[in-house]
Design a protein around this ligand. Structure first.
Ligand SMILES: O=C(O)CCC(=O)C(=O)O
Ligand SMILES: [Mn+2]
Length: 114
């Protein structure tokens, strides 16, 4: 985990002191709409999200207009950076899929203020 964090810090030029690990066993596992806006992350958090394993669809929607969406596929070994105003203006989700998909692990690195 230390080696992965170091690599992510080198790529983003940002320091991280916390990580969440999400395991999606198959297409029935998902994550609902939310923003990473917990107070301990600060106002404009940099969140680096590393995907490992099965590709999955990831969706953003604007907080003020839920019809305003965009989607992307998070492939194996991809790194999604969410920064600036992303969490204050957008929500994100990882929907279920009925397609047969293998296991995916997601690591989201954050800076958590004590
Ligand atoms: O699994 C993902 O790509 C998203 C995870 C996520 O949004 C989170 O842990 O806050
Ligand atoms: Mn999130």
């Amino acid at each position: 985990m230390h080696a992965i964090r170091q690599r992510v810090e080198d790529l983003t030029g940002t320091s991280f002191n916390g990580v969440l690990l999400n395991l999606y066993r198959d297409g029935r596992d998902s994550m609902g709409w939310h923003s990473d806006d917990e107070p301990e992350l600060g106002r404009k958090p940099v969140i680096a999200s590393l995907s490992l394993g099965a590709p999955r669809r990831f969706v953003f929607r604007a907080l003020k207009n839920h019809a305003h969406k965009f989607r992307l596929i998070l492939n194996h070994d991809s790194l999604l950076i969410m920064s600036g105003e992303t969490q204050s203006h957008w929500q994100h989700a990882l929907p279920k899929t009925t397609k047969p998909v293998a296991t995916r692990i997601n690591l989201t690195f954050r800076w958590v203020y004590g």
